[in-house]
Design a protein around this ligand. Structure first.
Ligand SMILES: [Cu+2]
Length: 187
């Protein structure tokens, strides 16, 4: 190999290295943009099935109007509970449900992010303003379960407690007979 040839191949190597370095920098930049976009997009949006609701109009009409909150017996034998969280309480503050029954909790927030956790169970969901949380529940034993807010929601957070009261299935059916919305507030 002559001196000239080795000089040329050093040039070629340098050019190829620069090209691949540029390509790898472009790949890294593209990946960073994709990661940033996905991160920002996903934190502003729950990732499961999304149901939206206008938090500023909850009380006025629709599913979460005050008269529609509480527990209702469905035709198929299940129970639906509708509730909202707001600084610093849950409505209803005492949720009444039957034992040994599939229950769907549908809940949302009227202001900031709150959370529902039911003592001694794996029931745990966030209440995000603008979105409806769906949580399947089932209680085999009757009794009272405390339900604190599990998401720091400002200065009154530690006072934000609700309760779930599980009653006998037949008692619940008797109370649900006339189709109203049930709760145990004030009992
Ligand atoms: Cu809260």
């Amino acid at each position: 190999m002559s001196a000239q040839e080795s000089h040329d191949s050093a040039d070629v190597a340098a050019r190829v290295e620069r090209r691949w370095a540029t390509i790898s920098v472009i790949i890294i930049v593209v990946m960073a943009i994709v990661a940033a976009f996905a991160g920002i997009h996903q934190v502003t949006m729950p990732q499961a099935r999304v149901e939206i609701v206008d938090p500023s109009r909850l009380h006025l009409s629709g599913e979460f109007a005050e008269a529609n909150l509480g527990s209702v017996a469905e035709q198929d034998g299940s129970v639906t509970v509708r509730a909202i969280g707001q600084q610093y309480s849950f409505t209803p503050a005492c949720i009444l449900v039957p034992a040994a029954t599939p229950i769907t909790l549908r809940a949302t927030s009227a202001d900031v992010i709150h959370g529902i956790i039911v003592q001694g169970t794996n029931i745990n969901t966030m209440l995000v303003p603008g979105y409806v949380s769906n949580q399947a529940m089932r209680f085999d034993k009757t009794g009272d379960y405390v339900m604190p807010c599990q998401e720091f929601c400002s200065f009154g957070h530690e006072g934000m407690w609700g309760k779930v009261r599980v009653i006998d299935k037949a008692d619940f059916a008797a109370r649900a007979k006339n189709g109203g919305r049930l709760s145990c507030v004030g009992e």
